[in-house]
Design a protein around this ligand. Structure first.
Ligand SMILES: NC(=O)c1ccc[n+]([C@@H]2O[C@H](COP(=O)([O-])OP(=O)(O)OC[C@H]3O[C@@H](n4cnc5c(N)ncnc54)[C@H](O)[C@@H]3O)[C@@H](O)[C@H]2O)c1
Length: 355
């Protein structure tokens, strides 16, 4: 089936804004309602071009609603509004997503990531009743729900036991269990994706890659946790968005799909790659006390989505990283205004004040 009116939650964040832009550009018959609470990491400037081209004064296929996924009344109103064709799919990107912040304030993560998902599911169950054949609920989750791998362990598959280690990953795992339960108990047509680390344009400058780019550009010390030997698998955000679109429309209801880039890199090597692209010295690297409960390695086996849905990552890491660094150097007006908040958290983390 092809979903045509999407409720995207968290669409003013990093992945959600890339998804909104990509789907509207590639599908002339799709409309999107973007619901976002505009937390510290969200900015509508990420979608200013989209709002101009597709908002009420443009193609009319995009509207933004400021609001919270925990607000059941608002969600129900949006789902029952048929003035512009009823919403037939919910994609839940909204979450508190930064592991370091989850260490500072775990309950905030439980509140939005678990309770918020529960509210959305319950509104969907009621609004989609009688239309389960024509509706979908897609939960955007993370490979971090699996916990950590040792260096030589095989990659996570969709049947690997969930052993989340941080309040962030535990809250995402909790949300996933609710998603599963709404399918098994009520028949809600759900799908879940578990993706590895994303990089690309419009990522808030507290996450590793934009943090390193923004600080290196200013010749500031680059904090690297522990010995830098943690391993992450990296996927370009546009590949992630294409995978989500494929799962939404062609995935089997009730199933979980891993999404990844087959690009495992030590954190320290990622920092060195960025320094090389920017032509900055490695002497900027400063090792800092390791993150509490820092997972050593994540890596996902993606054969299920490759074999069933024919999706495979298309952006090679070195090319995607070079393009991303160029995007940040060319778009300082997007991220400069966001730096204050990111610096405040950094100070709390790297002065030993774990809150
Ligand atoms: N970034 C990654 O590498 C990655 C990898 C795998 C999965 N994910 C998942 O993808 C999703 C999006 O991640 P991201 O990196 O774009 O995160 P982000 O932090 O950039 O964006 C999250 C968005 O959710 C919004 N939001 C937060 N609480 C809300 C609430 N209560 N109601 C409505 N909106 C709210 C924020 O304002 C923000 O716009 C998350 O669910 C995350 O767990 C991220």
């Amino acid at each position: 089936m092809k979903c045509q009116h999407l409720l995207v939650t968290g669409g003013a964040g990093f992945i959600g804004s890339n998804f909104v832009r990509q789907v509207l550009a590639n599908n002339e018959d799709v409309r999107i309602t973007n619901l976002d609470a505009l937390t510290y990491c969200a900015t509508l400037t990420s979608l200013a071009d989209v709002a101009k081209e597709h908002g009420p004064d443009g193609s009319g296929r995009y509207i933004f609603v400021e609001g919270d996924i925990r607000d059941g009344e608002l969600i129900t109103r949006l789902l029952e509004d048929d003035s512009n064709g009823r919403i037939d799919a919910i994609l839940n990107f909204a979450a508190w997503s930064h592991v370091d912040r989850a260490i500072l304030n775990p309950l905030e993560f439980v509140d939005t990531n678990v309770t918020g998902t529960a509210v959305l599911l319950d509104c969907a169950r009621k609004a989609f009743e009688g239309r389960f054949d024509e509706t979908r609920f897609l939960q955007v989750s993370t490979d971090e729900v699996y916990g950590a791998l040792q260096a030589d362990d095989p990659e996570f598959t969709e049947t690997t036991l969930l052993e989340p280690n941080s309040p962030y990953s535990a809250s995402k795992a909790g949300a996933e269990q609710l998603v599963r339960s709404y399918n098994r108990t009520f028949g809600l047509p759900v799908l879940t994706t578990r993706c590895s680390n994303n990089y690309g344009p419009y990522q808030f400058p507290e996450k590793l890659i934009p943090l390193i780019i923004s600080r290196a550009m200013a010749d500031k010390p680059l904090p690297v946790y522990g010995d830098g030997k943690n391993i992450r698998d990296w996927l370009h955000v546009e590949d992630h968005c294409q995978a989500i679109w494929r799962v939404l429309n062609d995935g089997r209801v009730g199933e979980i799909y891993n999404i990844g880039g087959n690009s495992e890199v030590y954190n320290i090597d990622m920092v060195k790659k960025i320094l090389a692209i920017l032509d900055k010295p490695e002497s900027l690297i400063t090792f800092v006390t390791d993150r509490l409960g820092h997972d050593l390695r994540y890596a996902v086996n993606i054969s299920k989505i490759e074999n069933e849905l024919g999706w495979t990552p298309s952006v090679d890491l070195d090319t995607g990283l070079t393009d991303t660094v160029r995007w940040y150097t060319d778009n300082t007006e997007w991220w400069f205004p966001l730096l204050g908040e990111s610096e405040t958290t950094m100070k709390k983390l790297y002065t030993g004040n774990k809150g």
